[in-house]
Design a protein around this ligand. Sequence first.
Ligand SMILES: C[S@@+](CC[C@H](N)C(=O)[O-])C[C@H]1O[C@@H](n2cnc3c(N)ncnc32)[C@H](O)[C@@H]1O
Length: 339
Amino acid sequence: MNHSVSSLEKKHFPVMLDEVIQICNPSQKNQLVIDCTFGGGGYTKALLKFPNIKVLALDRDKSVIKRAERLKSESPNQFKFYNEKFSNLDKIVKVEKKPDVIIFDLGISTLQLQDFSRGFSFKSKDKIDMQMGLSDVSAEEVINTLDEKNLKLVIKILGEEREAGRITKNIIKARQIKKIDTVAQLVKIIESSKKKNYNKKINVCTKTFQALRIFVNKEISELIEGLIKATQYIKFGGKIIIVSFHSIEDKIIKYYFTNYSSNKSNPSRYMPSQNNEKNSFFKKYKNDFLVPSEKEIIKNSASRSAKLRHATRTEKIFNYPEEFKEKFKKYLDIENAKI
Ligand SMILES: C[S@@+](CC[C@H](N)C(=O)[O-])C[C@H]1O[C@@H](n2cnc3c(N)ncnc32)[C@H](O)[C@@H]1O
């Protein structure tokens, strides 16, 4: 049974809210903050309590529009919402002034996960959809039509699933007999394919579901493009804050902030050293990150894998970091596989 949206909203806890708000420093006058992942609106609502702040929020999911409209009616001069992907951040910033802070809180929200009709949860009995919004394909199309080689790569690389080979073979076998169109069918296939659960703390389906969700929503391409555009459009001295939940995302963010900061500004060893200063978009960044407090993890176990990283923009003129995309090409190529 699907829960009602309002009962779910009560169970929605924004992750590392206090830490995010503190880094935003919202009591400073006339700040513009972009919340790239509005979701349950937790960060935005907390920021709007400060009278001098303006918030522009984005979300690719149409289901948040009503919530955003409610906030708009409460704070008409302080808030605007765009149903847009954050890879298109430039469309929004161009019409507004440059932001002081840009926030990303990656992945799906509890509201999306617990709306079983969306098929994000392996507890769902519905169709396998997994589209966050403004996506081009559904997970159902992926598992029923993507060729074996690419499907295995998706599950192995994007899901970091060791038994991707067997899971893929069994998906291919099953779909030759009958279209796989419910979450329950997919769960059965994964369960029967797994010999070992290497991590007892997580469900055997978690990694395959993560892989499909990332692929359907092109989450790695979104993250890379979002980080680049945020760097290009944020004010000098402005901050980029990003909360991530799995190791692929964190690897990318850590690499980006570290290699494009003033402590290490030669992102490629093949780059001549006189270019060292060229790409130091961020102030000194030495792999610093925050994690949720014990108290938060007890209150909201979904926060346990969160990592918060933030970096401050220097005054270096932006030039497109091609090498960053090249570095993570393996993921981008997998996400771009044709259905
Ligand atoms: C973890 S939730 C954010 C929760 C939010 N910080 C809060 O306090 O309620 C992530 C949200 O970001 C949205 N999202 C994910 N990727 C996106 C993208 N590339 N562009 C725009 N929105 C995205 C999802 O639809 C989801 O609603």
